[in-house]
Design a protein. Structure first.
Length: 266
């Protein structure tokens, strides 16, 4: 019996269901549980070519529209549930962590090309604002590190010690930004795993991430803010791009720095 004759014998509702199933089969299954692809979205990390520009004397890289799976099936409780987050518009993020030289003063570690650390969330936020930028959201930061392939590390899914500066090889010192070029992310950003943790804009809240649920409230001056960027090896996936930590916004840490982001021009 032909397909058209077979479908003619079925009820309209059942026929519609069969058509949907056939479309999904013919179109292919989306990897990792992501939704069906949208034409303007980047589907895989390797499909993107690095786009860089300079804003106010600071090099930034563009992060294109796309989706990824935020969180880690093997991570800690606050990295679950794993869920899809999509970006309909591109944005920009600093290629490197903000340095002592860019900030205008040193933190716990000297050197103009070392990341500026030992500063509060408020100080990081205000520095970005003076540049006409802002802190990245927690979701933006993780997407810039992992991409639509949802890698655990900026370079892939396996830990490679030579790709990052972390507590297993840093001798309690930071390194110049970009010192591990093999650890670069798919958008061309360096040190998204390692060197220092990085403040992001987001308040610490359970997953799933929803930007409109209050976690991006700029007027909350007491809630703990998240910092990202794997540095510690004392927990599983502790150096990965999925690990979350948090602290009071007026807290300082010798190994907590930051980088800035900005919206794409309309």
């Amino acid at each position: 019996m032909s397909l058209s004759r077979f479908m003619h014998t079925m009820s309209p509702a059942y026929c519609t269901l069969v058509v949907v199933i056939l479309v999904l089969i013919m179109g292919g299954c989306s990897p990792l549980g992501l939704t069906i692809s949208r034409p303007a979205y980047i589907e895989h990390n390797e499909a993107w070519s690095v786009v860089a520009d300079v804003f106010g004397g600071v090099e930034m890289v563009q992060v294109p529209p796309g989706c990824f799976l935020m969180g880690n099936y093997h991570g800690r409780r606050d990295e679950q549930p794993v869920h899809e987050v999509c970006f309909d518009r591109p944005f920009w993020i600093d290629r490197y962590e903000v340095t002592n030289g860019q900030y205008g003063s040193e933190g716990a570690f000297s050197g103009p090309d070392h990341p500026r650390e030992n500063l509060t969330w408020f100080e990081a936020r205000d520095h970005c604002a003076r540049r006409g930028a802002r802190l990245p959201t927690e979701a933006e930061w993780e997407y810039a590190a992992r991409g639509p392939d949802s890698l655990y590390y900026p370079w892939g899914d396996e830990f490679i010690e030579d790709n990052l500066v972390y507590d297993g090889n840093f001798n309690n010192q930071t390194s110049p930004v970009g010192s591990r070029p093999q650890g670069v992310s798919w958008v061309g950003a360096y040190d998204l795993s390692g060197n220092v943790w990085e403040w992001v804009s987001s308040l610490y809240r359970p997953y799933p991430y929803h930007a409109g649920d209050g976690r991006e409230d700029p007027d909350d001056t007491t809630g703990h803010r998240v910092f990202r960027g794997g540095l510690g090896s004392y927990i599983d996936y502790g150096t990965s791009a999925t690990t979350r930590f948090h602290a009071a916004p007026d807290a300082r840490g010798w190994f907590i720095g930051f980088r800035c982001a900005r919206d794409d021009a309309p």
